[in-house]
Design a protein around this ligand. Structure first.
Ligand code: SF4
Length: 495
């Protein structure tokens, strides 16, 4: 059977031909790479954008693509806007997000839920332009309709304000000729029909423009510690080393490859199996900046491409939950938590509770505090009557990440990273109480956001369970901070 080439397959083929081959012959080797909330946001944006030009007709999805194309042709006789307008030409198929009538021709509009245009979107639009040209459709303009991140939601959602329409006709025409000149579409079909797996090696294309689902499979021969584990090195440089045969940590040391002091520490700690290293003076200096009682704070947030609440921008981090562990000098702990009611604007209730839970002038901490500080600033701007208290928390906040970011404490288990995901198990290995894998349902921030956003779609019993999962997850985040500080104090006391 002839290989059907769609716009998403074409874009994959541009990224890496082997990806197309694996999709066709061994899809079971791939792993899920897209998060559910990203997919949900994309679907919501796509559906909303259909009405951007006014009333529209929708071509319903159907397994028989010819039927979709026939339905499109019928609608082109009467409708001004057609969503999912479908076209087939030989093995080529595309469904245009919006086909908009423009005088005696049509504008092709590709909808994206992102806030800016990337090269691959232009390739996507150019492929559609090519298919429509082959189908003798008079395309007058090629546009990308994407989210405008300066939009602020008012009482009513303003679709014209939410989106911005960019004219990409000239680029689409240029790319159209590239498709023809390179014989790209035939080449993709031939590649996919090769009987044996192509011998393509890993490269920059494995992550750009999208992380490939076959990374684990294609990188299966890499050693446990390789050049790809090096922290804060550009991907381009990693692949340069890799293609020059510098792959393992041993290779890096023996080749004298140019790495910085922190990367050298990362590599040597593994190769020489070094014990943990500390700078007790610096740890003490950091600890002396804290004062009891200490308020360990962590927010959970979610983002909406289409803002539902007044005053919100697209993709703004909207806090819906926090956990707060209060640590006293004698070691006593108190725990406070807030989790908004599902389906409501959580910001006001959360801000009011937070300023009740954290008194003015006290010392607070966060791990990677720039996130918590941004949330506090947004809340302060939204609720001027609470801004004094919210900014007081902001101004008295300390970052527990600093001793690890500056490597006052370094363990080989941190693998050059100072993210809590690496630091916590390095400080407290094999502690089941601190193991996020032991939690039910919610194990990380993305799952927490997705659970909160999805809660409205569940039964009361399920919601009760989801709320419990969220409370346990966020509670562990701040308990982890208590344990991080405990370890720093232990080290400081070693002197
Ligand atoms: S992991 Fe890299 S080489 Fe393998 S299919 Fe994906 S992009 Fe191609």
């Amino acid at each position: 059977m002839e290989y059907e080439l769609t716009k998403s397959k074409y874009c994959k083929g541009l990224q890496c031909l082997k990806m197309l081959w694996l999709d066709e012959h061994h899809p079971e080797l791939g792993e899920d790479t897209a998060s559910q909330s990203v997919l949900d946001n994309g679907t919501r944006v796509g559906e909303l954008a259909r009405a951007y030009f006014g009333e529209y007709e929708l071509v319903d999805f159907c397994a028989n693509k010819r039927e979709m194309a026939d339905r499109t042709r019928t609608l082109m006789g009467s409708a001004d806007n057609i969503a999912e307008a479908s076209f087939c030409h030989g093995p080529l198929f595309c469904a245009v997000d919006i086909l908009h009538r423009n005088g005696d021709g049509w504008d092709l509009v590709e909808v994206k839920s992102s806030t800016e245009i990337s090269e691959i979107y232009l390739d996507d639009a150019a492929f559609q332009y090519y298919v429509l040209a082959m189908c003798d459709v008079a395309v007058k303009g090629v546009y990308i309709l994407h989210i405008d991140n300066t939009y602020v939601r008012g009482e009513q959602l303003d679709i014209r304000g939410l989106f911005t329409l960019e004219n990409c006709t000239d680029i689409a025409i240029r790319k159209f000729y590239e498709i023809e000149r390179d014989g790209r579409l035939d080449m993709m079909s031939e590649y996919v029909n090769m009987p044996a797996e192509p011998g393509k090696d890993i490269d920059l294309c494995c992550d750009k423009p999208y992380p490939c689902a076959y990374k684990k499979y294609c990188g299966r021969d890499l050693p446990e510690y390789s050049v790809f584990n090096l922290a804060r090195m550009q991907a381009k440089k990693k692949y340069e080393l890799y293609h020059n045969g510098i792959v393992s940590y041993q290779d890096i040391l023996s080749s004298g490859a140019g790495i910085n002091a922190n990367q050298k520490r990362q590599v040597e700690s593994v190769v020489y199996d070094k014990p943990d290293e500390y700078d007790i003076d610096e740890i003490n200096k950091f600890l002396s900046t804290l004062s009891y009682p200490i308020y360990h704070l962590d927010f959970e947030t979610f983002q909406q491409a289409v803002p539902e609440f007044i005053g919100c921008r697209p993709y703004e981090q909207i806090p819906f939950q926090y956990s707060l562990h209060v640590e006293y000098e004698d070691g006593r702990l108190e725990h406070f938590a807030f989790l908004a009611k599902e389906g409501t604007d959580p910001r006001r209730a959360l801000a009011e509770q937070l300023v009740k839970d954290i008194p003015m002038g006290v010392c607070s901490t966060a791990y990677n505090m720039s996130f918590e500080k941004t949330v506090l600033k947004h809340l302060a701007a939204e609720f001027p009557d609470l801004s004094g208290q919210l900014m007081d928390i902001h101004d008295h906040m300390h970052d527990l990440m600093v001793p690890f970011q500056k490597q006052y404490y370094y363990s080989k288990a941190m693998q050059g990273s100072y993210s809590i995901k690496y630091v916590l198990p390095a400080l407290w290995p094999d502690d089941p109480e601190l193991d996020y894998h032991n939690l039910e349902g919610v194990h990380n921030g993305s799952e927490a956001s997705a659970a909160y956003a999805d809660m409205v779609n569940h039964t009361p019993e399920e919601i009760a369970q989801m709320r419990e999962n969220l409370l346990k997850y966020c509670g562990l985040d701040t308990y982890a901070m208590v344990k991080v500080l405990k370890k720093l104090k232990e080290i400081a006391g070693k002197r």
